[in-house]
Design a protein around this ligand. Structure first.
Ligand code: ACO
Length: 401
């Protein structure tokens, strides 16, 4: 149940809505969600159709401009994405100063924030697809792959102009002098789908962070950097990493499915079934259905059986039959199967949330653009219900007990 009350303060009535579960903070024409029916559409187009027919770059264009690109627009977009992909030499030096086990999400948010100093030009909001948006979409991919390579102590692989956005990312991650990386079309397709499914999700935690930070008219790079930080948490984008950690734990410790379900239901135990439940979806997350299918396809393609997929399927089956999960409408969300897909691609667990961030970037840009272009929008400045002391006097330090 959503806790929403109107409370009287000396200053008048204030709505108390923790977590903003029932508060509309903006008008938006970008993403439509129906949490009861499990519907998700970007600019009116069902997610299922985009996952089947579109590419991540095309979907990014759709979200940011409101229209699917013409062939010529798509070609121009791809040319810019290629042109912008190298990093400024001085930015590369930043990586050397991070401790070896630094989390790539921390590195990514700092690098994106630093972009403001390297590319300070202002954005012309009249342009539907601005070069700054393309620079961000292009460079975030390079920054993410570089963070991974440097964390392994390996040479950096530069972007190749002959490869598409997704193939280029996989190549930058995994190419090596010893074993050259073979770009597999099915993995490229899976990555396109993964990023399409993550590209926007209306006013979630990180997007709200983007809108709130952006409302103060800070530059777009710092705004996106705030979105990346918000995404990092295990209740939000960090859930994909948390799901795999949970499944590995169950596997290693040989826990039974029954015990896990009981633990998740036990209110004295902080354990939650990661990848289950959603603030808006009160039915199966439509993205989870596509992701689950993608996991099956990729695993059969690479001819690998992942014991974690088996545990995930048994957990899902048990939870869906359980009255606790049924009554609370707790179904798998996108993160429940996304880790399995990423593992099958060879992506290490600590890069999972970075993968989510790359996918969510077009949504953050679209939402930021909509927010700052709307003359009705104001700086975000919510109120509070004050619960502290009434007025009291200052006590000099010698008189304090
Ligand atoms: N396992 C067990 N119980 C759960 C779970 C879960 N995964 N999720 C919710 N519940 C229970 C809560 O304990 C609560 O029970 P109560 O009413 O008896 O107190 C009830 O369901 C409602 O949960 P809230 O936390 O109040 O729901 P909210 O809408 O605030 O949270 C959230 C949604 C954060 C996604 C929650 O379901 C959760 O923590 N899930 C696990 C983490 C996760 O998968 N996050 C990814 C979200 S999707 C995304 O960001 C891409």
């Amino acid at each position: 149940a959503i806790d929403i009350r109107s409370l009287r303060q000396e200053t008048g009535y204030i709505t108390f809505d923790p977590g903003f579960g029932n508060t509309g903070t903006c008008r938006s024409a970008i993403t439509y969600m129906d949490g009861e029916k499990g519907i998700l559409r970007y600019r009116g187009i069902p997610i299922e159709q985009l996952a089947e027919h579109s590419t991540f770059v095309e979907t990014a264009f759709l979200l940011i401009t409101g229209q699917l690109p013409t062939r010529e627009e798509l070609t121009r977009t791809s040319v810019y994405l290629n042109d912008f992909s190298p990093l400024h030499e001085n930015m590369k030096a930043f990586y050397q100063n991070y401790p070896p086990k630094a989390h790539p999400m921390g590195i990514l948010s700092a690098m994106v924030n630093a972009m403001r100093s390297f590319y300070p030009e202002l954005i012309d909001l009249e342009e539907e697809m601005n070069k700054t948006y393309l620079r961000l979409i292009s460079k975030i991919r390079t920054m993410a792959a570089m963070a991974y390579r440097i964390s392994l102590g390996e040479r950096v692989v530069y972007p190749r102009p002959d490869l598409c956005y997704c193939a280029n990312f996989l190549n930058m991650m995994f190419d090596s002098v010893v074993v050259p990386y073979h770009v597999d079309d099915d993995l490229v397709r899976a990555l396109n789908v993964f990023w399409i499914l993550h590209a926007d999700h209306e006013q979630n935690c990180s997007t709200t962070a983007v809108r709130v930070v952006g409302s103060g008219k800070v530059n777009i790079y710092s705004t996106i950097s705030a979105g990346i930080s918000a995404l990092w948490g295990p209740l939000h984008g960090g859930a994909n990493q948390a799901v795999v950690n949970m499944l590995e734990d169950i596997h290693k410790k040989g826990l039974t499915i029954k015990d896990c379900i009981a633990k998740a239901k036990d209110k004295t135990d902080p354990f939650r079934l990661m990848g289950f439940g959603h603030r808006v979806y009160k039915t199966y997350d439509p993205r989870a259905k596509i992701m689950k299918k993608m996991g099956d396809i990729i695993l059969s393609k690479i001819k690998r059986k992942d014991p974690l997929l088996d545990i995930a399927q048994r957990l899902e089956e048990a939870a869906l039959k359980d009255s606790y999960f049924k009554e609370k409408n707790l179904y798998p969300n996108v993160d429940f199967y996304s880790g399995i897909v990423l593992r099958a691609m060879g992506i290490p667990t600590n890069m999972f949330t970075v993968m989510f961030a790359i996918g969510r970037l077009p949504g953050w840009i679209a939402q930021w653009k909509e927010d700052v272009s709307d003359p009705e929008m104001k700086i975000s400045r919510p109120r509070q219900i004050y619960t502290g002391h009434q007025e009291r006097g200052y006590i000099p330090i010698d008189d304090r007990e």
